[in-house]
Structures are given as structure tokens and as C-alpha cells.
Design a protein around this ligand. Structure first.
Ligand code: APR
Length: 235
């Protein structure tokens, strides 16, 4: 492995599993009892906004009873201490990386605690219930807020910044993601194409496992702190 200066880390639902946040692809193929297309598409929102709002309201409310785990804490420590470039890209819409203290962080699939107003196009911090049709904190109009979540069929946020970071990184690390959803699932191939070393940490082999130079299988709460200490020992 060459000398490491720039690191890109991708996280998915698996990093929050030990905090008690449900992953997406459970053994029954359902997401907390729902088919993904019934709650996580613009079409579902157009068809039944109340069901979609209540689904995300429940998940938002649950954030209050979960806490960052050892993996979130370790990545926040790496973010604080790493002298080179670092970008933590999460697919998660929970706020556990934020609460652990990560700052070089990008939520590519949006955030539960953000509201997007379809009237004024503004985004505001939000921790209430959208099913109650509250007013937009920015333009005061009622009935236009939607979860600021990237649904299937929508473009993830900040792709240009991510692609640039992938092209410039020496190390790409993927943690707790099944590798089933693009474009995130393709980041490993982009990073490799530009010459980065690639490492996967996951409970079991993901759909993209074969693309990584190195795979470590186990729980994020155990693997990630060990790996962070390894990396920081070279600083
Ligand atoms: N430690 C590490 N990995 C774990 C743990 C754990 N404690 N628990 C579960 N995992 C792994 C699972 O084995 C699985 O491979 O985390 C992965 C979670 O995969 P998914 O549930 O598919 O979640 P994710 O990859 O983040 O989903 C991507 O899909 O529905 C969309 O937009 C949504 O961001 C989400 C995207």
C-alpha cells in the first residue's frame, strides 16, 4: 500500500445497526414492514403523502432514543486527528455521525432532521411531525414540506464533490453497506480506477466485496475502532 494522505469513507446502515437503527435489507426484504416503493419514492409521496410522512415521522422520532456507537465515535476521532484530506460520505439519514462529532461529513441521501419546502425550495432543520402539515420555517406556507431524503429515482446530493474526492483519495473504505444501491455501490470501482487502496468492513460479504483489495468481516463497533487506531498510529 502506498503512503496515505487522502481518505474517503462511505458508510451505510450497518454502522448504525449496533445503535438500534434498523438496516434496510432485512431477511424479509421489507423495510420496517413496508415495501421500499411504498415509502421511498417520489411516486409513493404523490400517491399517499400521509403514509410517507408518517413513516419518516416515526423514524425521526426514534432518533431521540438512539445514540452513536463505538464506530461513529472512532470515525469522529479520525476526522478530528487526520492531518490529510478526509471525506466521510454517509448514505444514512440518521444524525449519529453528526452527534459523534464528525465534521468532514456529507449526507448523500439526505437527513431525517431536515425539511425541504416545495414552495420556496428552502431547507430547514426539522425535528417535529410533518404529517401535521406544519408551516415552512423559511416561507411560512403550510402543506409544502417533504422529508429532505433522496428517494429511489432521485439524484443523491453533492455527487460532483464526492467524485472529485474519490479521484484524489489514496484510501477508500466502505463500512456497513450492502453495495446494492448505486451510485454509492460504484464508489469502490471509481476509487480503484484512480489508484486508491480499497477496504471493506461489513458484517458479511456485500454485493461488491470482490471489488475491494481487502475485506474485514465483523461488527462495525469492533472493526472500526481497531482500524482507526491502526491508521492513526502512522500519523
Ligand atoms: N456491522 C457492520 N455491518 C453490519 C452490521 C454491523 N453491526 N449490521 C449489519 N451490517 C451490514 C449488513 O450485513 C448489510 O450488508 O450492513 C449492511 C446494510 O445494508 P443495507 O440494509 O442494504 O443498507 P445500505 O447499504 O446502507 O442501503 C443503501 O439503500 O434503501 C436505500 O437509501 C437507502 O441509504 C440506503 C441505501
Amino acid at each position: 500500500m502506498n503512503e496515505i494522505n487522502n481518505i474517503v469513507i462511505l458508510t451505510g446502515a450497518g454502522i448504525s445497526a449496533e445503535s438500534g437503527v434498523a438496516t434496510f435489507r432485512g431477511p424479509d426484504g421489507l423495510w420496517e414492514g413496508h415495501r421500499v416503493e411504498d415509502v421511498a419514492t417520489p411516486e409513493a409521496f404523490a400517491r399517499n403523502s400521509d403514509l410517507v410522512q408518517k413513516f419518516y415521522d416515526e423514524r425521526r422520532a426514534k432518533l431521540q432514543s438512539v445514540h452513536p456507537n463505538a464506530a461513529h465515535a472512532a470515525l469522529a476521532k479520525l476526522d478530528e486527528k487526520w492531518p490529510g484530506d478526509l471525506l466521510l460520505v454517509t448514505q444514512n439519514v440518521d444524525d449519529l455521525h453528526d452527534r459523534a462529532g464528525a465534521t468532514r461529513l456529507l449526507h448523500m441521501h439526505g437527513e431525517l432532521n431536515s425539511a425541504w419546502c416545495l414552495a420556496c425550495d428552502g431547507r430547514s432543520h426539522f425535528d417535529g411531525e410533518m404529517a401535521l402539515d406544519p408551516a415552512c420555517p423559511k416561507c411560512d406556507q403550510f402543506g409544502y414540506l417533504r422529508p429532505d431524503i433522496v428517494w429511489f429515482g432521485e439524484m443523491p446530493y453533492e455527487m460532483e464533490r464526492i467524485e472529485l474526492a474519490l479521484a484524489q483519495c489514496d484510501l477508500f473504505v466502505s463500512i456497513g453497506t450492502s453495495g446494492a444501491v448505486y451510485p454509492a455501490a460504484g464508489f469502490v470501482q471509481s476509487a480503484r480506477h484512480y489508484g486508491a487502496h480499497t477496504l471493506e468492513m461489513n458484517l458479511d460479504p456485500s454485493e461488491g466485496s470482490l471489488h475491494f483489495h481487502e475485506n474485514r468481516m465483523g461488527k462495525a463497533g469492533e472493526l472500526v475502532p481497531t482500524w482507526v487506531e491502526e491508521v492513526l498510529s502512522h500519523v
